[in-house]
Design a protein around this ligand. Structure first.
Ligand SMILES: NC(=O)c1ccc[n+]([C@@H]2O[C@H](COP(=O)([O-])OP(=O)(O)OC[C@H]3O[C@@H](n4cnc5c(N)ncnc54)[C@H](O)[C@@H]3O)[C@@H](O)[C@H]2O)c1
Length: 262
């Protein structure tokens, strides 16, 4: 075997099934595409029933098996029944990317209890819900890889984003705890913490801060590698953690932010 094909084998996800949440937009759709390019079959989960089927079609056009599932990841019942359906349709479940997320740019006095619950349920509780259903199935197949999407604000704080910072801090340490519990079962659990990435979420953030998006982008680009991230920057890190190249990596927090936190 040539060195080149050895490397390709390590990256290949052929015959693997990946579940990606928040797959209808931004980072999630890019992750779904990149994992499909590496050979995986993809279950796309999202609450957005307009964009989800479009991403499904794009991925099918890459030659991969892909199916969109309408799923509100904040609801336990949705997560359980959708994972059941994915398992029946795709067979073995090998990769879970917990990516769906929302932000609310408010401080603790401004934020209502409903808004707190909304952010925590989507960003943090969903990771529990989906992993709770998927891990027993991964154990049956002898293992798998879970990648949770955190944030730089899961490691440091940020202004007017208390629920977001709390949820992402939770995702970072939940990742470590899950990695400890499931390593012996062949399941690796890692977290990718992006900096500012050009997506709809970033546009909503600028609007919530009553800031013009262009000036928001200029500020966001102020980092050692002076640009805002692309969804593909994050998708490449997820591919590394999903494939065999990272076979001894678990419980890690992988910062992808152009050096912003540094
Ligand atoms: N964009 C950034 O700058 C940035 C930075 C750090 C971390 N992140 C994280 O990356 C992840 C993806 O964010 P993005 O920037 O691609 O945002 P995005 O808004 O483009 O995509 C988020 C997706 O999640 C889906 N979603 C929202 N609520 C849902 C629910 N209840 N059930 C199912 N799906 C739901 C949305 O429909 C959307 O398709 C999030 O967890 C976010 O916190 C983003």
């Amino acid at each position: 075997m040539s060195v080149h094909s050895k490397i390709l084998n390590l990256i290949s996800l052929e015959s693997k099934t990946a579940i990606v949440t928040g797959a209808a937009s931004g980072i999630g759709s890019s992750v779904a595409r990149r994992l499909a390019e590496a050979g995986a079959n993809i279950a796309l989960l999202d609450i957005d029933e307009q964009r989800g089927p479009k991403v499904e079609k794009e991925i099918q056009q890459l030659g991969a098996k892909a199916k969109f599932y309408a799923c509100d990841v904040s609801l336990y019942s949705d997560c359980e029944s959708v994972i059941d359906g994915v398992s029946k349709e795709f067979g073995n479940l090998d990769i879970l990317v917990n990516n769906a997320g929302v932000i609310s740019r408010k401080d603790i006095v401004e934020l209502s209890e409903e808004e707190w619950d909304h952010v925590l349920r989507i960003n943090l509780k969903s990771v529990y819900q989906l992993s709770h259903s998927v891990i027993p199935r991964m154990v049956q197949n002898g293992g798998g890889s879970i990648v949770n999407i955190g944030s730089g604000w899961g490691i440091k704080g940020g202004p007017k984003a208390i629920a977001y910072c709390a949820s992402k801090g939770g995702v970072v340490n939940l990742t470590r705890a899950m990695a400890i519990d499931h390593g012996k079962q062949g399941i690796r659990v890692n977290c990718v913490c992006p900096g500012d990435v050009h997506t709809a979420l970033l546009e909503r953030e600028a609007a919530q801060m009553h800031q013009d998006f262009d000036s928001f982008l200029v500020e966001a680009a102020d980092r050692p590698i002076p640009r805002v991230g692309s969804p593909e920057d994050v998708a490449n890190a997820v591919l590394f953690l999903a494939c065999e190249l990272s076979s001894w990596v678990t419980g890690s927090v992988f910062v992808v932010d152009g050096g912003g936190l540094a």
